[in-house]
Write a protein that binds this ligand. Structure first.
Ligand code: SAH
Length: 343
């Protein structure tokens, strides 16, 4: 297996059977993490792309079994940020050197397409790239956001196990989600996808399928997070096991197979294990997505409990991050961090 991994460092390919074997034992974990780190260094170097995250609404009609924002959860306070606050937050992030804003939300239409497009074009004036993470929309809608200036779209497939997908997303449809990813790609977005790792009943075989799916769909970015059981959801009493290492491994194997894509050290990793984001940066990741919204109620965007929330002060967070990154020989990139710029 060591030999197979060494070959994969330059061939960037592994069979499904090999991936399943690697995910089934902890014997090769350090080799996997080291090789993923080497691949990241060779294709991307030591720069880190920062993406300023603005979670602008937690209102959602969907009922994803794992997510705290699911419509049926009446225990959380719902909010939508005003256009002014979103723009103000983006301007503040731009001031501290952020080159990308990620706009994320639940899936209710709390802002009209017209208003969203005007927010997108306002932010574009700040010379920033824009990533949207607002779920499944029609082709026309995706097209209008692109024309307004959106550059990237993040839509995790969540799991490629169709049975499991159906079980945990009763109101949704797997084929439609895949189709959305294809449309986004055709429209010229840089497309991000990813999955949850450690969902109840999820198998390593299906995680291997997930990794191969990222390759097949031509993902430009892959975000992977350990599943964290969330109160007031159907899965609240499941998964006592900590899936941090498994998520890290799925991430590292993804890096080995997709050498030049963008891979974030996700908030869920940091939430589950203090220092987890930095472990991820040393195991294949090259992106961090700090929250940059100027909003005292960030706590209400609770997709899972004990979510890591960075200090409200964008400036201090940024300065501390720079110091911590320097300790591991990394630095914040000054470019917008498109996949092509990694080459
Ligand atoms: N509505 C948008 C954004 C969803 S929130 C969309 O569907 O794309 C962003 C991500 O949080 C989801 O894609 C999901 O993978 C993750 N997430 C939700 N609940 C979680 C949980 N309990 N543990 C870990 N990650 C979770």
């Amino acid at each position: 297996m060591e030999n197979i991994l060494n070959k994969a460092e330059s061939s960037h390919s592994l069979t499904k059977e090999h991936i399943i074997s690697l995910l089934s034992t902890s014997e090769f974990d350090n080799t996997i993490f080291n090789i993923a780190n080497n691949v990241r260094k060779k294709y991307i170097g030591d720069k880190i792309h920062l993406r300023g995250l603005i979670e602008f609404s937690n209102i959602c009609p969907n009922t994803c079994f794992y997510c705290g924002l699911r419509g049926e959860n009446t225990s959380i306070k719902r909010f939508t940020l005003s256009k002014d606050l979103i723009i103000k937050s983006a301007k503040n992030a731009a001031k501290y050197g952020y080159k990308t804003i990620v706009l994320q939300s639940g899936e209710s239409k709390v802002i009209s397409d017209e208003e969203l497009c005007s927010i997108i074009s306002e932010i574009k004036k700040l010379d920033m790239a824009i990533t949207l993470s607002i779920g499944e929309k029609t082709e026309e809608e995706y097209k209008s956001y692109k024309e307004a200036g959106a550059d990237r779209f993040l839509l995790r497939i969540e799991t490629t196990d169709k049975e499991l997908y159906k079980k945990y997303h009763p109101k949704m449809n797997f084929e439609n989600r895949v189709n959305c990813l294809k449309i986004l790609k055709q429209l010229g977005y840089e497309v991000g996808t990813g999955c949850l790792v450690g969902l109840p009943e999820q198998t390593v075989k299906s995680l291997a399928d997930d990794i191969l799916f990222f390759k097949e769909i031509g993902a430009d970015m892959v975000g992977l997070g350990p599943f964290i059981p969330c109160p007031h959801t159907p899965l609240e009493n499941t998964g006592i096991k900590n899936h941090f290492v498994l998520a890290l491994k799925v991430m590292a194997i993804t890096r080995i197979l997709l050498p030049d894509i963008n891979i974030p050290a996700t908030t869920a990793m940091e939430s589950l294990q203090k220092g987890g984001a930095f472990l991820a940066l040393n195991s294949g990741a090259n992106v961090i997505m700090p929250n940059v919204s100027l909003y005292e109620e960030r706590e209400n965007y609770q997709i899972y409990p004990n979510k890591f929330i960075a200090s409200n002060d964008v400036k201090t967070y940024r300065e501390n991050l720079e110091t911590e990154l320097a300790k591991i020989g990394r630095f914040v990139s000054k470019d917008k961090g498109f996949r092509a710029e990694n080459k």
